[in-house]
Design a protein around this ligand. Structure first.
Ligand SMILES: [Zn+2]
Length: 702
């Protein structure tokens, strides 16, 4: 259940995490010490309740008392208050329990729904193309009306009512017993999970502070590319180009594949820059500074010989190559130190690693590790590497983990597509009117298409577009789409179809689900997979020929190579978090050394045999690793899930009904969802099978 959490889905190819589990937690001020009277009082209450409701309530009584005791603090009341609370609120028969469940479900839907509504309205000026954003508009946008709801629910004891009557579960229980639970039992489990933590406000604040400090460190980490010099003192990058680490640097490497003249030189120097960042041998003075020329090979720095920015040097700035003092790792350590303070208040998932895998992903870490290794050790890797080498006409270099040349040439140019789209959709309203027609082309029945269209509001977006679902029935999903004054362009249309895919999923999984406590999908990778299915058919919606088999095959190889790359990155992220938990008092310099070691080991194991070079540290360049609390494994898992969903859609041949069937399953475990959708648990097989076929096709066509 997405209780008290506003979910805004970003534009396609989301490159920034939308949620950081640690920062959205509700807060409450208290300690977590068991009360001295608790044991005796609980024993007394246990006897009383069993006497009153019978022996068949024994297990429920024991569990309820234990769960309430675990979270009860001195400020919640003394033994008499506790006794009175338990005796009044234990639902000792099925009828009372059902009534309680239904009321909680209804009222929480109302609460969630209206909180979402407030949030959407407050964000309106920031999100929509509706004139200038004034400074206070950003304050409205940042305000979260639900931030203290769980805190309030502990204070007024509604959280304790839930904990007294519904089961808290471990991931293992959900995996082992979940398939045999009824839908209502699943909904009850999600209800209890909403109150599985009670984190002191001070701890939450510390997490938020560490997150925002790391985020601001990352968001200002620019490299001024015009000031990079090669061994001969030559500049390869244009003036004013400022690239943010790591996203822009990586994307520049990708773009440079099409620069036949200087591409390779540029890519090599970016790799050099990345390694300097990771090893923290980067001169401190070159970070976000256009006033210094830098040779990343020799690490020589000197005052900029040419000017491309008005940004003045900091007063008293000395141009030396003194290295950045492991600040990157100090930031990461702070996020770890803050996250660790949550541990004692999260009994069912007592480490950040457990919260990520057992709660957010609901796939055990060991299984994730195995799936990633399955990709990394696939016999397809050397074959595709060979193909890339042949296409490049040179041996692979480490930065080729970002090879971007499997792009198919479409039958239409971007300009042709722009012309077709802008003619058809001059305004957002024109797109809105065409939604039923679009959905019919995607395989929905005319009735379903109309029903979905009636539940989707289209707004003009300020950014590239996003989808914002409703959280209560009767509210509509919002599709935010970008329309230029000359009409929609192809890129905007492609994103709109993707975001509309989110809206369709949101509509089915809220309005057509049997229990609103199960609204949604297991995690964001699932709604992304569903959205990408619709997005992949955007040409057909325009009445144009679908991509041919060869383009499809190239796209699959591209996806596989991306998954191969990001799987190693994810393993580094996981390894680093384990190391921090094993070395809680480490210094930033020790963490730096450990990270380099971990990155090299993973490189040597899974990449060196293909790239022919050892001890490369590039896998540790991702900025998410510094500010996103072990978010990176979500990317490779997302690729695997997308292939499974896609494969099933192809097999069934009809997108509309399959989409609806899958989306109505809701927020159960990923494996249960996937077994319902495709007959198999989450795994790498679909990706690997598609890759093998695609490789054969591309090799034959050569
Ligand atoms: Zn998306």
């Amino acid at each position: 259940m997405r209780l008290f959490l506003v979910l805004v889905l970003c534009a396609s190819l989301c490159s920034v995490p939308t949620i950081s589990g640690e920062t959205i937690m509700p807060s409450v001020a208290s300690d977590n010490q068991t009360q001295p009277w608790m044991k005796a009082t609980s024993e007394k209450l246990q006897k009383q309740l069993i006497a009153k409701y019978g022996e068949d309530q024994h297990a429920r009584v024991d569990r309820g008392l234990l769960q309430v005791a675990e979270f009860w603090r001195a400020e919640d009341g003394d033994a008499a208050v506790f006794e009175d609370f338990v005796l009044s609120n234990f639902a000792g028969d099925q009828t009372t329990l059902n009534t309680m469940f239904n009321r909680f479900q209804n009222l929480l839907e109302q609460l969630n729904g209206h909180m979402q509504e407030i949030n959407r309205e407050f964000r309106q000026q920031a999100d929509l193309d509706a004139g200038p954003v004034l400074p206070f508009d950003d304050l409205f946008a940042a305000y979260d009306p639900a931030a203290h709801v769980v805190d309030d629910f502990f204070k007024n004891k509604l959280a304790f009512v839930v904990l007294l009557n519904f089961p808290l579960t471990s991931l293992q229980e959900r995996l082992e017993q979940g398939p045999n639970w009824s839908r209502q039992q699943w909904a009850e489990v999600r209800l209890a999970q909403a109150f599985s933590k009670r984190i002191p406000a001070a701890v939450n604040l510390e997490v938020a502070r560490a997150a925002s400090e790391a985020d601001s460190y990352i968001s200002q980490y620019n490299i001024w590319m015009f000031h990079l010099l090669d061994q001969n003192g030559q500049r390869f990058f244009p003036p004013k180009l400022r690239l943010l680490s790591h996203w822009n640097l990586r994307d520049e490497i990708k773009a440079d594949y099409s620069d036949a003249q200087h591409g390779l030189a540029k890519q090599r120097s970016i790799q050099q820059v990345m390694e300097r960042i990771i090893t923290q041998t980067i001169p401190n003075v070159v970070i976000n500074n256009p006033n210094v020329d830098w040779n990343p090979w020799t690490n020589e720095v000197k005052p900029a010989a040419e000017k491309d920015s008005d940004l003045a040097p900091s007063p008293g700035e000395k141009i030396t190559n003194t290295a950045e003092p492991s600040t990157r790792y100090a930031m990461l350590l702070k996020t770890y130190q803050a996250a660790r303070k949550v541990d004692p208040y999260s009994p069912t998932a007592p480490t950040l690693i457990a919260r990520r895998f057992d709660e957010d992903r609901e796939i055990p870490e060991q299984r994730v590790r195995e799936m990633l290794q399955q990709v990394l050790t696939s016999p397809m890797v050397p074959k595709i590497a060979q193909l890339i080498q042949a296409r490049l006409g040179r041996p692979l270099e480490p930065f080729d983990i970002w090879y971007d040349g499997f792009r198919a040439r479409g039958a239409y140019t971007e300009a042709q597509l722009d012309a077709i789209v802008s003619k058809r959709y001059p305004t957002a309203d024109a797109y809105k009117k065409d939604i039923p027609n679009i959905l019919v082309k995607l395989g929905f029945t005319p009735e379903k298409a109309q029903y979905l269209a009636d539940n989707i509001v289209v707004d003009p977006a300020r950014g590239s577009g996003h989808a914002m679902g409703a959280a209560m029935r009767g509210e509509k999903a919002h599709l935010r789409t970008r329309v230029e004054s000359a009409g929609m362009n192809y890129k905007g249309f492609n994103i709109a179809v993707h975001e509309m895919g989110h809206n369709v999923e949101q509509t089915f999984s809220l309005n057509e689900i049997d229990y609103t406590l199960l609204e949604g999908v297991p995690n964001t990778a699932f709604t992304e997979a569903l959205a990408m299915v619709l997005q992949g058919h955007d040409l057909e919606v325009l009445g144009l020929a679908a991509p041919d088999a060869q383009s499809d095959a190239l796209k699959t190889l591209n996806d596989f190579w991306n998954t191969y790359e990001i799987s190693g990155v994810a393993l580094v992220d996981m390894g680093v978090w384990h190391w921090m938990y094993d070395n809680p008092n480490a210094t930033p310099a020790q963490l730096r050394d450990a990270t380099l070691e971990i990155a090299k080991n993973i490189w040597n194991k899974f990449y060196a045999p293909v790239f022919g070079k050892k001890d490369v540290v590039l896998l540790a360049v991702y900025s998410h690793m510094i500010d996103s609390f072990m978010y990176l494994p979500d990317y490779p898992i997302g690729h695997l899930i997308a292939f499974q969903v896609e494969e099933q859609m192809k097999k069934s041949g009809a997108i509309g009904p399959e989409f609806e069937r899958m989306a109505k399953m809701g927020h159960v475990t990923p494996d249960m969802w996937m077994i319902h959708a495709t007959g198999k648990p989450v795994g790498a097989e679909a990706l690997l099978a598609a890759t093998e076929q695609s490789l054969a096709r591309v090799n034959t066509a050569k």
